[in-house]
Design a protein around this ligand. Structure first.
Ligand code: ZN
Length: 240
């Protein structure tokens, strides 16, 4: 039994190593892991507005409604699905948009983490999707995070996980939960090098579901691709 467990651990370690080594130089474990990301980009080590963070719902402030999230993701489009060495990433040919403060941000890509990066009261969700948007004029980024809990099968995830390296037809709106009117909002950073700041984060409070089998299937690729939570410093988290 002990031998079997040891073999299992070796198999898991080698999957992790492969994931962090192909392509880029940074990763999630050992010398290339998050505590040394400052070697890839100084901001990762010295920034005071980094992500992810832990959110304590009792310590949030009310939403500044000028920055309310207005989603318009209902676009049927072709999309490329790739394993980029850090995550499974879906790049739609024609993304939807979100509008914040009167400015439109276009969906560039979405990708997944094997556990949520942001925590709520210290708790991680089973998975998270990050929908990365950009304002084409200012280049500012805005990320909508959709948490996943174990539950009903998610057809979109099957489509994505079954077509890594290929193309799919997708409607990014299918990724969103029914309730998108409630969320946490704050200004943070990319959660991977170069850890660039001034990123608008929207964390939807209502989670999506994925089946146990789907969560396990994703974690065969990435199980620990989440950055540890960062200091809040003097930032305020808004809640709606
Ligand atoms: Zn991410």
């Amino acid at each position: 039994m002990k031998i079997l467990l040891a073999l299992g651990a070796v198999a898991l370690l080698s999957v992790g190593a492969m994931a962090s080594e192909h392509g880029k130089h940074w990763g999630y474990e050992g010398h290339s892991g998050p505590t040394n990301w400052k070697e890839f980009s100084k901001t990762c080590g010295t920034g005071h507005a980094q992500s992810p963070i832990n959110i304590i719902p009792g310590k949030t402030v009310s939403m500044n409604h000028q920055y309310d999230l207005d989603l318009s993701e209902d676009v049927h489009t072709e999309a490329k699905v790739i394993d980029n060495g850090h995550s499974i990433k879906v790049t739609p040919a024609q993304g939807g948009t979100i509008t914040l403060h009167g400015e439109k941000f276009k969906l560039l890509q979405f990708h997944f983490h094997g556990k949520s990066e942001h925590t709520i009261n210290g708790k991680r969700y089973d998975m998270v999707a990050h929908m990365v948007h950009q304002n084409p004029k200012t280049k500012q980024l805005a990320v909508v995070a959709v948490f996943f809990v174990e539950g009903k099968n998610n057809p979109m995830l099957d489509n994505i996980l079954g077509n890594i390296g290929g193309e799919i037809r997708v409607d990014p709106q299918d990724l969103l939960p029914d309730d998108t009117a409630h969320y946490y909002h704050y200004v943070g950073s990319l959660t991977t090098p170069p850890c660039s700041e001034n990123v608008q984060w929207y964390l939807l409070k209502t989670p999506q579901t994925a089946s146990k089998e789907q969560i396990e299937a994703f974690r065969k690729y990435y199980v620990d691709n989440e950055r540890p939570v960062q200091e809040l410093h003097d930032r305020k988290i808004e809640s709606k």
